[in-house]
Structures are given as C-alpha cells and as structure tokens.
Design a protein around this ligand. Sequence first.
Ligand SMILES: O=c1ccn([C@@H]2O[C@H](COP(=O)(O)O)[C@@H](O)[C@H]2O)c(=O)[nH]1
Length: 225
Amino acid sequence: MSQNPVYLALDLPRLDAAEALARKVSGHIGGIKLGLEFFCAHGHHGVHEIHKIGLPLFLDLKLHDIPNTVAAAMQAIHVLEPSIVTVHASGGRAMMEDAKAAAGENCKVVGVTVLTSLDDGDLNATGVSGSAHEQALRLAELAHAAGLDGIVCSGHEVGAVHDQWKDGFFVVPGLRPADGKTGDQKRTVTPREARDAGASVLVVGRPISRAEDPLAAARAIEATL
Ligand SMILES: O=c1ccn([C@@H]2O[C@H](COP(=O)(O)O)[C@@H](O)[C@H]2O)c(=O)[nH]1
C-alpha cells in the first residue's frame, strides 16, 4: 500500500496536547481522526487548528438522527473540508441517502455498522438478534444500497464485507498491536490483520496516544504494515 492507511484518533481533552501529538507523529500516519470528544470540546475552531498540520481529516461524528437533521448537519461541516465523515448505518436508508447527497465534494461518507466495543451479548441486549458479524454484514448491505462510500466495522468482519462490496471503502477501528491492552474494545485485531483483510483506513488511538513514547509506537505500527 503506497499511502499510509493509519489515521490517528486524536481523543485528547486539551487542544494544545492534541496538536502537539499530531505534529510529533505526523510523518508516520496518513491522516487524523477527530471524534465526538474532540468536536464537543473544541468545535470548528479546533478542527481548523488541526487542519493546519496538513493531513487529511476524518470527522468521526457518527451522525444518527432523522434524515433532514443529518443532512443539515452534513451541510454545516462542509466548511471544515473533511475527507471522511461517519453516520450510523442503523439510522436507516433514507438518512444515509440524504447524508451522502448533502456531503461536501471529495468527502467520503461511511456508515458505522456495529461498534467495535460491542460483542454478540451486548448487541442482543439492545434487541438485535444474531451475531455482531451478521448485523455488520446486514448494515453494510444497507449502506451500499443507500449509496454510501463504505462502512466502519471491526477487523473480524472486513474480509467478508470486502468480498460482497469489492470497491467499498472500509474503515477499521478497534486495532491493537499483538501485545496491546484492549480496554473497552471487544472486537479487536492487529493493524496488519485488518489491512490484510481489506481495510482502507486503520484507526489507531490509545496504542499511540497513551504510549510512553507515541512516536516510537507510531513507527512500530507503520513498520508492521
Ligand atoms: O466501531 C467503532 C467506531 C469508532 N471508533 C472510534 O475509533 C477510535 C478508537 O480508539 P482506540 O483508542 O484505538 O480504541 C475512537 O476514537 C472511537 O471513538 C471505535 O473505536 N469503534
């Protein structure tokens, strides 16, 4: 793979610390993912600051609401020029269609299928029968039918989804180096396993941001790919 597929999840409470970390590892990642924690704390101003680093920005806002509201939110973030934005695929086909129609130029819209922090039991407790694997494939099919660019899923499902959706764009979080702590993530694989199974983007947060030496951690992950 020519371009580095690793997007650093910049889940840090302080903007100055987030910016410093991103700059430090910028030579060893392909992009930066800003999620709910960052956006709620720092808003558009924070995104503009991180944009100055010059890497592609992934806004992981996981939009999930009625179609009209999600479309309006998509329009409100055009100005931030994200390369990738997430919506929840469980928001339904109409919501995903309207999100894609409202997205800015050159912005991929991807649907979150089953969060990597959930296992089969957690999912069943929400009323969804069947396995996380089955549900991820079902929502991937819906996202494809709705015209999205791709999905977010764990490394356990990405190979099967890739078989069904050859030109899809697949974002895989829940990645841990072989000896890494899983924390709240339940469906984990290594970055290399995810890449080999067909992931387009590898989202890595704490294995870099909470490492004693984040630069060494980013380099080590890059070296495995
Ligand atoms: O299913 C999902 C969807 C999104 N995420 C996000 O990815 C990062 C993962 O961070 P780690 O520290 O590497 O666990 C985080 O920002 C999540 O919000 C996910 O983990 N799973």
